[in-house]
Design a protein around this ligand. Structure first.
Ligand code: ATP
Length: 539
């Protein structure tokens, strides 16, 4: 049901009062139905409403959008939101309009009359739009910058929010130079506060973003990435007689729980799912090799708890984008990685699907020598595919972090958080990982692993990194390479220009008509980067 935009008028408009907690909470409750602000939301909102720049680091799903959506409702005028993908803009605008909030996005994918209508509104004496979403490429055009300056001169530009601000660092150097030109916003619109938001925690990204945007004495807010309700654990395949049986027993010991098992290969999904079913655990495989009807049924059965366990490839992350429904299942009690994931970031996102209801949950990673070698082979190939000029981080160095997570003896939680640049006093783990709960046992396993590995591979290291003799067939991992290979072939632009002079990249991706889930956003961003790497290789 649509709501009237009433509280904007109801809130006292003097700057002093609009940044008061009470008024802001009132807006939050009325428009979004949330009882109170979460984490650092209120601090970020109060900073920007009072005119201060802010850099806001929050984990995925932490509620970053509220940090610029509430300021748009707290004061008359417009909040400009810079977003990297049209699908993301469309999605947010749709969700806001459903709530009765006047939001629009500008893109060359829109019909001319739609764009004209938005421009007319912006030019009018009292624009109705409160949130305007645009790409960095549009900002880089003279015409649009002129429009922004006019809005600013009329006192109508309240805030500039740069969503997914890490793109400045990861994409701005070569792929989308317009990202780096966002600094012109500060030069041209000096007194408009800028809010940069990201879920990427690398300290160099923070520095790069703050410098590129010329943020002035920004309030730097960092939310913790800790997920205290998840117990982290690693099991060593090389020390287990049969990993299938081990997993079966583990699932059975937990009762009738809802679980996700991630595998690298489709055949493993099929095979493992069959095995689980044969022992009485209701499970189903989910991967891009299934036809969309079957995938849809599997998903339905799992969402409605008819099936207990879903055994999936990483294609699962983008499921909702294709199956056109909401996907945030909150009661996942266990996420198991049956093969080692490609990076700590992937591991964090995927294991983070456990316990979204905040109840005790479990992350179990099965780690093995052969899996590691396979993944190293895939990642090295991926590196070779990138252009030499590409400035993005090497996938193999990301992988080393997850290897250290598995091979190291210290607190797992500490390793996760440190990989995001967060300090974590180990005593705070409170025995919520295997290494802290059973340190002797984990130490013994690692010792045994070293012995086993050196026996098997004639190496003094735990694992061998050479894969020159690796017979891995890349085709098996098509989901790893390209998550969009399951028949979805509609086009989606990621960048935009109002004079047609800038690069407009066409990307495969879904046209969406519903709110994107947290994981789907990530997948869209990742897909864009993959496409970039591919196109770079062809040049
Ligand atoms: N104060 C709050 N109380 C309860 N729920 C909230 C609050 N703020 C945001 N949420 C909910 O949290 C979820 C994630 O919010 P949002 O999409 O803004 O996260 P995000 O940090 O922008 O994620 P991403 O990194 O994917 O962009 C949404 O379902 C949103 O409604």
């Amino acid at each position: 049901m649509k709501k009237s935009p009433l509280p904007v008028q109801n809130v006292n408009r003097s700057d002093k009062n609009v940044s008061g907690k009470e008024a802001l909470v009132k807006l939050l409750r009325w428009h979004f139905g949330h009882a109170d602000f979460r984490g650092k939301q209120l601090e970020a909102i109060q900073a920007v409403v009072s005119g201060r720049d802010c850099f806001c680091l929050m984990p995925t799903g932490g509620g970053k959008s509220i940090c610029y959506q509430i300021p748009a409702l707290a004061k008359p005028g417009i909040v400009l939101v810079v977003s990297p993908l049209i699908a993301l803009m469309e999605n947010q605008v749709m969700a806001l309009k459903e709530k009765g909030i006047a939001a629009e996005y500008l893109s060359s994918t829109q019909a001319t009359h739609v764009r004209n209508k938005i421009h007319e509104d912006l030019d009018s004496g009292k624009p109705s739009v409160r949130l305007l979403y645009v790409t960095p490429e549009l900002i880089a055009t003279k015409g649009f910058m002129l429009k922004l300056r006019k809005l600013h001169d009329r006192g109508l530009l309240n805030l500039i929010a740069i969503d997914e601000a890490h793109c400045i660092s990861s994409w701005g150097h070569d792929f989308r130079p317009s990202y780096r030109q966002l600094s012109t916003l500060r030069n041209s619109l000096a007194d408009v506060p800028v809010l940069a938001l990201t879920a990427t925690a690398a300290p160099k990204v923070q520095k790069d973003v703050i410098e590129s945007l010329s943020l002035r004495n920004p309030l730097v807010l960092k939310s913790s990435f800790n997920r205290p309700n998840i117990f982290y654990e690693v099991r060593y395949k090389d020390l287990i007689d049969n990993a299938y049986t081990d997993l079966c027993n583990l699932l059975k010991s937990c009762g009738n729980i809802c679980a996700i098992i991630y595998c690298l290969e489709r055949t493993t999904c099929d095979d493992l799912s069959l095995h689980l079913s044969s022992t009485g655990i209701s499970s189903a495989a989910y991967h891009a090799g299934l036809n969309s009807n079957l995938r849809s049924t599997v998903l339905d059965d799992w969402l409605s708890s008819k099936k207990q366990v879903i055994v999936a490839t990483v294609a699962f992350g983008s499921w909702g984008a294709r199956d056109k429904r909401s996907n945030d299942k909150k009661d996942v009690r266990m996420v198991c990685h049956f093969n080692v994931p490609k990076s700590m970031e992937s591991f964090y996102q995927e294991s983070g699907r456990a316990g979204r209801d905040q109840l005790p949950s479990r992350s179990v990673l099965y780690y093995g020598v052969d899996d590691r070698k396979k993944m190293e082979f895939l990642l090295r190939n991926s590196e070779n595919k990138k252009s030499p000029s590409s400035s993005s981080k090497k996938p193999t160095s990301d992988f080393e972090q997850i290897v250290r997570y598995c091979e190291g003896s210290g607190c797992r939680r500490k390793k996760i958080l440190e990989s995001f640049g967060e300090e974590f006093p180990v005593q705070q783990c409170n025995k919520t990982c295997d290494a802290c709960k059973h340190p002797n046992q984990v130490a013994r396993s690692l010792e045994e692993l070293t012995t086993t590995a050196s026996r098997r591979h004639n190496s003094s290291r735990v694992f061998i990194t050479s894969s020159s003799d690796n017979k891995t067939n890349e085709g098996q991992y098509s989901e790893f390479w390209n998550r969009n290979e399951d028949g979805s072939n509609s086009d989606e632009e990621i960048s935009d220009s109002d004079d047609g002079a800038d690069v407009v990249k066409s990307l495969a991706g879904p046209k969406l008509s519903r709110k994107l889930g947290v994981d789907e956003k990530l997948v869209l961003l990742e897909r864009a980067e993959e496409k970039y790497n591919e196109s770079n290789k062809q040049v």
